[in-house]
Design a protein around this ligand. Structure first.
Ligand code: SF4
Length: 196
């Protein structure tokens, strides 16, 4: 049985050569993942690579990524050891538009296989696109963030928590009780408790 690292390396090579949707024509890099597959027990699923991510091939490294790092640190979650970060699509949509359903569908096998290989204790659905990729609901993320859902991926059940996307928090600076930033920290602390 191959270990996680070998399985992910094989998947990464497939992903880097992928031309399954039109995003392959405009990408600079496929943004596969960031994190330590051997130690990560939380998967964070975001939306799609932005400009910086596309240029460097690493998810969540722009302004939103830096803000995410601050929240992770406050919740005592190690980005390097506890977390494996991926996106619903691996290539940047032009002008950072929301990925189309057909693009998400084309990329879904990579996403599901990443989850299957990492086999996390908790999945963080970061933002509305990740939420809607796994939970069929019209309820806005602001109403269900922090709730624990059971989702099934490749015949295995996982605990998933919707959380705000850090891009949203960049526009909401308040840290008052029950502000989006305050709730984000609470949700991350909940995830941390679930892996302890
Ligand atoms: S977004 Fe996904 S499906 Fe589309 S080209 Fe990139 S890796 Fe392939």
């Amino acid at each position: 049985m191959k270990n996680k690292k070998d399985l992910l390396q094989k998947l990464r090579l497939e992903c880097e050569q992928c031309k399954n949707c039109e995003l392959c024509f405009t990408r600079n890099n496929v943004v596969f993942a960031d994190g330590n597959p051997q130690s990560a027990s939380i998967i964070l699923i975001g939306e799609a690579p932005g400009e910086n991510e596309d240029l460097q091939g690493i998810p969540f490294i722009g302004r939103a990524g830096k803000l995410l790092n601050e929240f992770l640190s406050q919740a005592e979650i190690s980005r390097e050891d506890d977390l494996y970060i991926i996106n619903t699509v691996k290539c940047r949509p032009p002008k950072n538009r929301v990925p189309l359903d057909k693009e998400k569908d084309s990329c879904r096998d990579f996403l599901l296989s990443q989850v299957e290989i990492i086999n996390p204790k908790v999945i963080l659905l970061c933002g509305a696109t990740a939420l809607k990729s796994f939970i069929k609901t019209k309820i806005p993320i602001s109403k269900i963030r922090g709730d624990i859902f059971e989702i099934e991926i490749k015949d295995k059940k996982y605990s998933a928590i919707p959380i705000f996307h850090p891009s949203y928090l960049l526009r909401n600076h308040s840290v008052e009780p029950n502000s989006p930033r305050d709730l984000m920290l609470k949700d991350l602390k909940k995830a941390k408790e679930m892996i302890n």
